[in-house]
Design a protein around this ligand. Structure first.
Ligand code: F6P
Length: 343
């Protein structure tokens, strides 16, 4: 078989581990040849590719980023893009294409599979917002990075009696904010799924500070939404998939906290730090399991399917199940666990 592989959308730690697993399983397990397409779907439109081998993938397991590069190119939004992708697959003699991506990349994979292209998906995104899998590659590492940052923010906040608003990624969902906030002992966590009233956040902080603590960490997802009729935030520009380019809500939240409570407040936006650097052991193992299973799926002709973690098992699900609806935060986790520690 000739197997193609690409990484699309925002990068995350663990992509190289998945590429390496695909290559190893293909070459050593089946005697396949592997072609890596550069910069996500753009590589199939413009023809940028590289031959991959066990030898060329040595040393990439612990490295962040993706050796193939990535982009947010959408072939269905580029003139002639879809036709170019199909032509490249035919020209290169690709029998199976493994697309490693989030909702956008897998959305394209699903459409192509619907048109008969032999595509298998692997779920990745630090946001953890893909349905039909317990977890995506990159989430565990991002949470670890954010939790470590919050630990560090505690000590400086305590030294200065400050509130620090720490902004983490999460465009539409609050998985990173909630996990990192619980792990880091946040006094409040703001997520897109639960519109917040900044007045309630101030009450948590005032209650906490009356009890002899004068420093607090508030964790906010970049996509957190103020409840209607409270404060307003600027509307961001959109990317090729129509997603808002977010970042900066923490500035508004911190300014409001300081204005309403008088507590000196600061902001830390973790941004792309959460997507960079070495993957956690969990993400390396997950990516390795997903990569090897995707190759088996390709050999069994399971096209239009995505590999997914369900409890202890790696299974296959139709790609459309993963992208039909975003996997929003578990309400019970937020209300019965996270909120218990607010204030
Ligand atoms: O991949 C999803 C994500 O991590 C979002 O949480 C964030 O809004 C977005 O990527 C930012 O991506 P970029 O700045 O690379 O376009």
């Amino acid at each position: 078989m000739r197997v193609g592989v690409l990484t699309g959308g925002g990068d995350c730690p663990g992509l190289n581990a998945a590429i390496r697993a695909v290559v190893r399983k293909c070459e050593a397990g089946y005697g396949d040849e592997v072609i890596g397409y550069r910069d996500g779907w753009r590589g199939l439109i413009e023809g940028g590719s590289v031959e991959l081998s066990v030898q060329s993938c040595r040393g990439i397991l612990p490295r962040g980023g993706t050796v193939l590069g990535t982009s947010r190119t959408n072939p269905y939004k580029v003139a002639g893009g879809r036709e170019a992708v199909l032509a490249t697959l035919a020209k290169d003699g690709i029998d199976a294409l493994i697309a490693i991506g989030g909702e956008d990349t897998l959305g394209v994979a699903n459409r192509l599979a619907g048109e008969g292209a032999p595509v298998v998906g692997i779920p990745k995104t630090i946001d953890n917002d893909l349905s039909a899998t317990d977890v995506t590659i990159g989430f565990d590492t991002a949470v670890q990075i954010a939790a470590e940052a919050i630990d560090r923010l505690h000590t400086t906040a305590e030294s200065h009696d400050r509130v620090i608003v720490c902004e983490v990624m999460g465009r539409h969902v609050g998985w990173i904010a909630t996990y990192a906030g619980i792990a880091g002992g946040a006094a409040a966590i703001l997520v897109p799924e639960e519109p917040f009233d900044v007045e309630a956040v101030c009450s948590y902080l005032e209650r906490r500070h009356q009890k002899g603590r004068f420093a607090s960490i508030v964790v906010t997802a970049e996509g957190a939404l103020p409840a209607e009729g409270t404060i307003s935030v600027a509307s961001p520009e959109l990317d090729q998939f129509g997603h808002p380019r977010l970042g900066g809500i923490s500035n508004t939240v911190a300014a409001e906290i300081e204005r309403r409570t008088g507590f000196e407040s600061r902001v830390t936006i973790l941004g792309h730090v959460q997507r960079g650097g070495t993957p956690s052991a969990f993400d390396r193992v997950l990516a390795t399991r997903f990569g090897t299973e995707a190759v088996d799926a390709a050999h069994e002709g399971a096209f239009g399917q995505m590999v997914a973690l369900h409890g202890p098992a790696v299974e296959r699900v139709p790609i459309y199940e993963a992208i039909a609806e975003l996997k929003r935060l578990d309400k019970r986790l937020f209300s019965s666990v996270a909120e218990v520690f607010f204030g």
